[in-house]
Design a protein around this ligand. Structure first.
Ligand code: PGA
Length: 255
């Protein structure tokens, strides 16, 4: 982390977990544990939990995000939720392009770009996920894959809008598997992403961009990962469902 250049952000990704009542209880438990954080703390929760999460986090340093949004403002898109709707309920953040969306729900680089556009237009901050499959890493094309995902997703995003973008590097093989990238692997790819952003927006903009690592980050390995110069935070799945574990990660990012 280089805190003089950019903000550290620890974001939880609850995925399809927790009812509204459970969300409220978990946030109440987390609040005192993260209240003195010297980093931004975000919890991205299922749509139905947003209201409860916003209420429970009110007056605290925890910010609330959604896990996806549609690219249209409104219309005949059964089952979808627009970025405008998220903004209207008071949400500040949205995850876009998570590998589970890409793998199970047909998200492509093109629809990710459209969702990023819509989220920025609605005034949200985007947590944009990129990352390679194991086969791609073994083929030695990780940098190409994440570079392409980054370039397409940021197509049409202005330098001013980039200030509301966080990139999360999440190697797909590390998500929910307990198999974490080494600190060196994480830093190497985060640095490669920053270099791509520098070619698009210049070095100063790239240096100001928060680039997280995600994929089995937990209370035990967070400190080592977050000590890397280009790892500016984490997107945390499993460990964000436990207040104690999550707060250890927040503390590691606050050092
Ligand atoms: P994990 O998930 O921490 O459970 O590996 C991370 C993510 O999918 O964002």
């Amino acid at each position: 982390m280089n805190k003089t250049l950019r903000k550290a952000v620890i974001a939880g990704n609850w995925k399809m977990n927790k009812t509204p009542a459970e969300a409220k209880a978990l946030i109440e438990e987390m609040k005192p544990l993260v209240s003195d954080a010297d980093c931004d703390v975000v919890l991205c929760v299922p749509y139905v939990d947003l209201q409860a999460a916003l209420e429970a986090s009110e007056g605290s340093n925890i910010k609330i995000g959604a896990e996806n949004c549609h690219w249209e403002v409104s219309g005949a898109y059964t089952g979808e939720v627009s970025a405008e709707m998220l903004k209207a309920v008071g949400v500040d953040y949205v995850i876009i392009g998570h590998s589970e969306r890409r793998t199970y729900f047909g998200d492509t680089d093109v629809t990710v770009q459209k969702r990023v556009r819509a989220a920025l237009d609605a005034g949200l901050t985007v947590i944009l996920c990129v990352g390679e499959y194991l086969e791609q890493r073994e083929q030695g094309i990780t940098t190409e894959i994440v570079s392409m995902q980054t370039k397409i997703a940021l197509g049409g995003v202005s330098e001013e809008e980039l200030k509301r973008v966080i990139i999360a590097y999440e190697p797909v093989w590390a998500i929910g598997t307990g198999r974490t990238a080494t600190a060196e692997q994480a830093n190497e790819v985060n640095k490669a992403i920053r270099d791509v952003v520098a070619t698009l927006y210049g070095q100063a903009a790239a240096d100001g961009l928060t680039i997280q690592y995600g994929g089995s980050m937990n209370a035990k390995n967070a400190e080592e990962l977050l000590a890397q110069p280009d790892v500016d935070g984490g997107l945390i799945g499993g460990a964000s469902l436990k207040a104690a574990d999550f707060s250890v990660i927040v503390r590691a990012a606050s050092k």
